[in-house]
Design a binder for this molecule. Structure first.
Ligand code: 8X3
Length: 260
């Protein structure tokens, strides 16, 4: 046996991670593969997910969660890879676009945030629910945020979208009650990834760096992936409803310890 890092009981289980090209998504794909899942790495940037899939023995699936046809192609790939069954869906694709007050926000930024963070989750979940049901032991894990718990200045569009992520997660858990599908949300606070803040600030590296400036230890993508893999590997009857994870330095959204 060569794949000694795979636990035998998870070997044949299949997982999908959206937004797998970077950050929390890529780290989650690695963590689930290490836990023994066959991971379908879904994202728009094919060069990145192909390299990742090769690294972890998974499969790359080009997917834009804001596009119906693209999500249908993901469902087709799942049907092929998992023999019609999917055990874990990690709805991770998302992001923040813009940092403006409600007064000055760009409607298109808000539309794009709702589309990827909320409607993307809806599209993918609808498309993959039949395969999750067919597994007899499915998990839908939505990556939320502390921004889905509180609001903060210049984050109105993102906090609204992430509050919606939480609401949809809770609704799904109610509606799927009695079916063999768990529904969970992992909600991180400050995570230092290469792209999240950079995208939010439209490529302004100095603004992105300022978010983490002086914070001794923000979370890493691996920290969050570790939590996601833990949720995914609980026994079938154990539903972790929600897990909020912040760095020690972040006592609350606005209360962040900085050493300079
Ligand atoms: C990211 C956390 O603090 O930028 O989801 O809203 S925060």
């Amino acid at each position: 046996m060569t794949e000694t890092h795979h636990s035998t009981d998870q070997r044949t289980r299949t997982a999908v991670v959206t937004g797998a090209s970077s950050g929390i998504g890529a780290a989650t794909a690695r963590a689930l593969a290490a836990a023994g899942f066959h991971v379908l790495c879904a994202a728009r940037r094919t060069d990145r997910i192909e390299a990742l899939a090769e690294e972890i023995g998974g499969r790359a699936v080009a997917c834009d969660v804001t596009d119906d046809a693209s999500v249908a192609a993901l469902a087709a790939a799942v049907a092929e890879a998992g023999d019609g069954a999917l055990h874990v869906l990690v709805n991770n694709a998302g992001g923040a676009f813009g940092s403006d007050t409600v007064d000055e926000a760009d409607v298109e930024d808000w539309r794009a945030m709702y589309d990827v963070n909320v409607l993307g989750l809806l599209r993918v979940t609808q498309a993959l629910l039949p395969a999750l049901r067919a597994s007899g032991d499915g998990l839908i894990l939505n990556v939320g945020s502390t921004a889905g718990r509180v609001s903060y200045e210049k984050g109105g569009g993102y906090t609204a979208a992430k509050h919606a992520t939480k609401a949809v997660t809770q609704t799904l858990r109610l509606e799927l009650n009695g079916e063999p599908i768990r529904v969970s949300e992992v909600a991180p606070g400050m995570v230092h990834t290469e792209e999240f803040a950079l995208v939010r600030f439209g490529g302004d590296q100095a603004a992105a760096d300022a978010v983490y400036d002086g914070v001794p230890d923000p979370l890493s993508a691996d920290d969050v992936a570790d939590a996601i893999a833990w949720v995914a590997t609980r026994p079938a009857h154990v539903n972790i409803d929600e897990l909020v994870i912040k760095p020690r330095a972040q006592a609350a959204q606005h209360k962040v310890h900085r050493i300079r």
